[in-house]
Design a binder for this molecule. Structure first.
Ligand SMILES: C[S@@+](CC[C@H](N)C(=O)[O-])C[C@H]1O[C@@H](n2cnc3c(N)ncnc32)[C@H](O)[C@@H]1O
Length: 361
């Protein structure tokens, strides 16, 4: 506890407490559900690397460093402090019981290694084969409203409440770059345009709006259900309403050099190698010369060898068919192949970031 209590230190303590609450909740949920699973279905689980106490201990400092960076960026004005406390409580109370009731179905599919099983009436024709999967053993994959309603809560529990702090790490480089691009005098002020590729339920777009309320937001995703949820989540944003389009990130429906910035959070580990390159090529095509592309995704082997056992467990426990290739893939080379330069990378907790520039014309 700090020596002097100013309103600012109180806000920081409140933020830390809020995040600790999420951590406790995430751990408790996972512990309880694992116990229930082992009671109702006692058998060897497919976890190749049991985590040692040392590995588990090494996690907390990484979470603490992430939360410190999150607080610091708010202090530095990258986004307002109130944004740190945003939580969709209505969704939590509405969908948490459903998330729990969904678990037996998930366990059954996982046990039966049924990776492409969807509810009756779900249309999967026309989507890329790699996409027609129950990623994370999720009921209906990305194909239903139920899945879209549960997704954020599932991620929140999986990462113990750190998903938004990880996503927010794209904001400082993005804002800094866009501020530098913004013309000081403009006859007809045009908003800066930011495209989020695979926007899912709209989380990153919402965070970008909190940081840069004047930016015009665009989002694409393959899932109509997730776009509907994104529309709901973004309905309250101040400024220009977000434009959401159903599209494959491999073939973006925008003209060349349209956006000052493109972003993508937690997409690349769910793509096969060729699709990864195609999406990066498309990001390069639609980004203006002098613009920026910021990616956030999972850590890779090269950055955190000490987390390798966890990375190996991830695709074994959750259904993540492209993760194993992703963790050794060289995205810097892919970005450079597409024409980006000055690629910078950094890590926070379980995530990795690539900040790439499109050279000015
Ligand atoms: C793990 S979720 C991440 C969603 C969101 N960006 C976030 O931060 O929560 C992956 C998202 O990528 C979308 N997706 C997967 N492949 C895609 C593709 N080729 N084109 C567009 N969206 C895709 C899925 O529909 C899903 O919404």
């Amino acid at each position: 506890m700090p020596d002097t209590l100013t309103p600012d230190t109180l806000t920081k303590v409140a933020y830390q407490t809020f995040q600790q609450g999420k951590q406790v909740f995430g751990f408790a949920h996972k512990m309880l559900s694992t116990r229930i699973l082992n009671t109702v279905s006692p058998k060897e689980r497919n976890e190749p690397n049991p985590l040692t106490p040392e590995m588990i201990k090494s996690i907390q400092p990484r979470i603490d460093a992430l939360l410190q960076a999150d607080w610091q960026d708010a202090e530095d004005g990258v986004y307002p402090k109130w944004a740190l406390f945003e939580n969709r409580w209505d969704d939590f109370f509405r969908y948490y019981p459903e998330l729990c009731l969904d678990l037996p179905g998930i366990w059954e599919r996982a046990n039966g290694k049924r990776y492409q099983e969807f509810s009756a009436g779900i249309e999967t024709a026309g989507y890329p084969d790699y996409y027609v999967q129950n990623f994370h053993h999720q009921t209906d994959g990305y194909f239903s409203d139920t899945s879209a309603n549960l997704y954020d809560l599932q991620v929140e529990v999986l990462f113990n409440g750190t998903a938004d702090p990880m996503r927010r790490r794209i904001l400082a480089p993005l804002k800094q770059h866009l501020n530098a691009m913004q013309p000081t005098v403009s006859v007809t002020p045009q908003p800066l345009k930011v495209l989020d590729i695979a926007c899912g339920t709209g989380n990153s777009l919402k965070l970008i709006n909190q940081s840069m309320p004047k930016a015009a937001l665009y989002g694409v995703d393959l899932s109509p259900a997730y776009l509907r949820k994104a529309n709901e989540n973004l309905s309250g944003v101040k400024g220009i309403p977000a434009q959401l389009v159903q599209a494959n990130g491999e073939a973006l429906p925008f003209v060349d050099e349209f956006f000052e910035a493109t972003t993508s959070t937690f997409l690349f580990h769910e793509l096969p190698a060729e699709a990864r390159q195609n999406v990066i090529n498309e990001a390069a095509r639609v980004t203006k010369p002098g613009g920026i592309f910021v990616i956030c995704d999972s850590v890779q082997k090269i950055d955190t060898p000490e987390l390798e056992p966890m990375m190996e467990n991830f695709p074994a426990i959750f259904h993540e068919p492209y993760y194993q290739h992703y963790i050794s893939d060289d995205l810097v080379a892919r970005l450079e192949t597409a024409g980006f330069t000055e690629v910078r990378t950094f890590n926070h907790f379980m995530s990795k970031y690539w900040v790439a520039l499109k050279p000015a014309a």
